[in-house]
Ligand binder design. Sequence first.
Ligand SMILES: Cc1ncc(COP(=O)(O)O)c(C=O)c1O
Ligand SMILES: C[C@H](O)[C@H](N)C(=O)O
Length: 349
Amino acid sequence: MHFASDNTAGVAPQIMAALEAANAGNVPSYGADALTEAVTVRLREIFEAPQAAVYLVATGTVANALSCAMLCAPWETVFCHRNAHIEEDECGAPEFFIGGGKLTLVDGPHAKMDPDALRRAIAHTGRGGIHNLQRGMVSITNATEAGTVYSVAEVTALAAVARDFGLPVHMDGARFANALVATGASPAEMTWKAGVDVLSFGGTKNGCMGVEAVILFDPTRAREFELRRKRAGHLFSKHRFLAAQMLAYLAGGLWLDLADHANAMAARLSEGIAALPGASLVHPTEANAVFAAVPRAAHRRAQAAGAAYYLWPFDQSLDGPGEEPLAARLVCSWATTEEEIDEFLSLLR
Ligand SMILES: Cc1ncc(COP(=O)(O)O)c(C=O)c1O
Ligand SMILES: C[C@H](O)[C@H](N)C(=O)O
């Protein structure tokens, strides 16, 4: 029973097979290979964005950090939710790659920025002229760090606020596929048509070994991104192996099928937990993660049986005082099975 993170899942067999198939002979390095070109063609088709520039990197953190570095000057700030991954879990990488920029935290329920709160935060920034940090960009996570999802209308509303101030919009889409299948939106509707300028398109959490695509819907600054990626040490020499993963991931809608399965498993788990005496959901389950408060005795049974997951926030402990229910984050992946879910629920009951 593995619910610690979708990062703990293995590689989907179709992706592993694609890596094996790509491992033949010598091919041009550093992205000059045919597979890499095919990825750009395919992502342009999927996103209905024939001019988009596409760059592959190996981690979601660097996809986010380089995107922020390109959209935000060192004297500017990134507006994001206070629980955004770029704030809480990237060890300052965005600020580092920006060259000293800061993040301005915006509130909103269930890790989703509230448009009015965003507008207030942007309006407040930079009023003191030369003495103040300047307005830089907005970053939205979809699916969010709380397992919730922004609808197209919600993304559009946030992007409209950004546009009112002339700010570009980035989307941390480490779990973009999960958000897409949850909403039924098209890739284009959820991104550039809603006002998103740059997307970190995730593959790693959803079955790939390690690949993310940064998609610049306006290719004007593509060369700058190329230079930033190289300078950060993230231009893979054997780039074909990033491309092989991404191409297989996109083939025949595999990316959507894997995300749909993970979301379905989370829905099954969420419904089971919500029905437990003394248990309750902390956030709505809209993608592949369940955030729920569970009685401590249930936690003890599950952990004694070897279930792998984190209490949430991470720094809680079952050894602390009191007997009130404790919250946990339970993440499902492409590899999660119904049997795993049902075994876990039987332990909690
Ligand atoms: C929402 C979100 N964005 C970005 C990342 C960063 O990805 P990586 O751990 O590959 O750097 C993660 C990690 O799981 C994540 O959950
Ligand atoms: C939080 C941690 O950094 C990782 N992004 C995860 O979701 O497991």
